[in-house]
Ligand binder design. Structure first.
Ligand code: FAD
Length: 401
């Protein structure tokens, strides 16, 4: 055989890596370890929260990867031994690897907001990892009274999906407009600027001027710093709120397994050599997706997929006695719906750039791209909404099959 690869995490990064390693090097034994039998994508989950789709519409299983000859193990990875090159699981199994790919996504820093916790998130959902949390937030919005208040607290940078909180605000407002007349949505931000801000604000002015209010960090002196889930109160240093629904999205860091393995080097995210996404802390381990520090690339599914492909080809090269591509390109595209018929996007292409201050001396440089034009017609916005739909019909097929 052409070696053994183990992958931790069957989300966007890990499942893409599994597929593309097997495709590039069919003789390699590929084992994918994923904690959950079904993955719910975070992308497009905002439409579930707004009752435009069902949770099942964003569910992806692993039969497509099994059919390619990938060994899919539904279990939780609990320990990585970088010396012995093994991964242990909760189920008591040990897997040996020549190369390990780690794509565990994020862990929420619950303690970043006083009073917030995993238990508090049952009352004040974050819905930043899709699944139960998504339907919990949806159900709360469905159950709230007319003329009610939703508070949405976006996280500080860096976090998974920079435009995500603002797409969510838009789609929740879309639901409120139709089903909960007189309701308000207050965005209590921990930042003073955000992704695609001009485009979102233009859309909010067009559709939701009496619903959405965005409060920058400078107006609240810190955004949401404290919550009391038992009494449904949300606090900034200046004000107290009693919302009907509180969507609290705390700061984030790399998934726990990456932290416990030492791959974050004491920080929140994993430094990598951008040529191959190999860890600069532990050799033969590649960290991709949200958990990695990918310089200019945002933490997105599209980024994770792009990084997974470059990494898969590098690993296939190593296992077949070749050198990885010296000058790979990476890409990102993120669509955000303002209404189901009005979408705005950001796109970028990246290449490697020498930089003595970057991990392994290599940065990622944004060499092309841009955002939707601010003065586009409604036809243009509608066309981008169609692209958003078509992207979700195609993209998961490139990952789970
Ligand atoms: P994930 O896809 O989260 O996968 C991690 C997987 O690892 C999970 O399945 C988890 O169960 C598993 N796992 C973790 N730890 C272990 C362990 N110890 N053992 C076994 N398995 C484990 N991106 C876009 O490109 N476009 C969008 O429009 C977009 N919209 C978004 C909207 C929202 C509301 C949110 C929250 C995110 C959005 N994103 C979007 C971002 C995108 O979802 C993430 O960037 C992407 O999922 C990252 O992939 P990943 O592989 O790093 O992590």
């Amino acid at each position: 055989s052409n070696g053994r690869v183990v992958i931790i995490g069957g989300g966007t990064g890990g499942a893409t890596a599994a597929r593309y390693i097997k495709r590039a090097s069919p003789g390699t034994e590929v084992t994918l370890i994923e904690a959950k039998p079904v993955h719910h994508t975070c992308y497009v989950s905002n439409t579930v929260i707004a009752s435009l789709r069902d949770l099942d519409d964003i569910a992806h299983g692993y039969d497509g990867l099994r059919a390619l000859g990938i060994n899919v193990v539904i279990d939780k990875a609990t320990a990585i031994d970088g010396e012995a090159q093994t991964v242990r699981t909760e189920g008591g199994e040990t897997f040996e690897y020549d190369r390990l790919v780690v794509s565990p996504g994020i862990e929420l820093k619950y303690d970043a907001i006083e009073g917030y916790s995993e238990a508090a998130a049952e009352t004040m959902p974050h819905a930043w990892i899709a699944g139960d949390q998504t339907t919990r937030l949806r159900d709360q919005i469905r159950a709230m009274p007319e003329g009610g208040l939703v508070v949405l607290a976006p996280p500080p940078n860096p976090y998974r999906c920079p435009p995500g909180p603002y797409e969510r605000a838009s789609l929740i407002a879309h639901y409120l407009k139709a089903h909960k007349p007189g309701s308000k949505l207050l965005i209590l931000d921990s930042k003073n600027a955000f992704s695609k801000q001009g485009l979102f604000e233009q859309g909010w002015e067009m559709y939701y001027s009496d619903i959405i209010e965005w409060v920058p960090e400078s107006d609240s002196a810190g955004g949401v710093t404290r919550v009391d889930a038992d009494n449904m109160t949300v606090h900034t240093p200046f004000d107290d709120f009693e919302p009907d629904v509180a969507n609290i999205i705390p700061a984030q860091r790399a998934g726990r397994i990456a932290i416990e393995a030492g791959l974050t080097d004491g920080g929140d995210w994993c430094p990598v050599d951008r040529r191959t996404f190999e860890s600069t802390v532990i050799p033969n381990i590649h960290v991709i997706g949200d958990a990695s520090i990918a310089a200019a690339m945002p933490k997105s599914g599209y980024s994770a997929n792009s990084q997974a492909k470059v990494t898969a080809l590098a690993i296939a090269a190593y296992l077949n006695g070749m050198e990885p591509e010296a000058d790979p390109r990476f890409a990102n595209a993120c669509y955000s719906l303002v209404t189901p018929d009005h979408s705005v996007s950001v796109n970028a292409v990246y290449k490697l750039k020498e930089d003595p201050d970057a991990p392994a001396g290599v940065a990622l440089d944004n060499i092309a791209g841009g955002v939707s034009p601010i003065d586009a017609s409604q036809t243009y916005r509608r066309r981008e909404a169609a692209f958003t739909e078509s992207w979700y019909r195609n993209f998961p097929k490139d990952i789970w099959g």
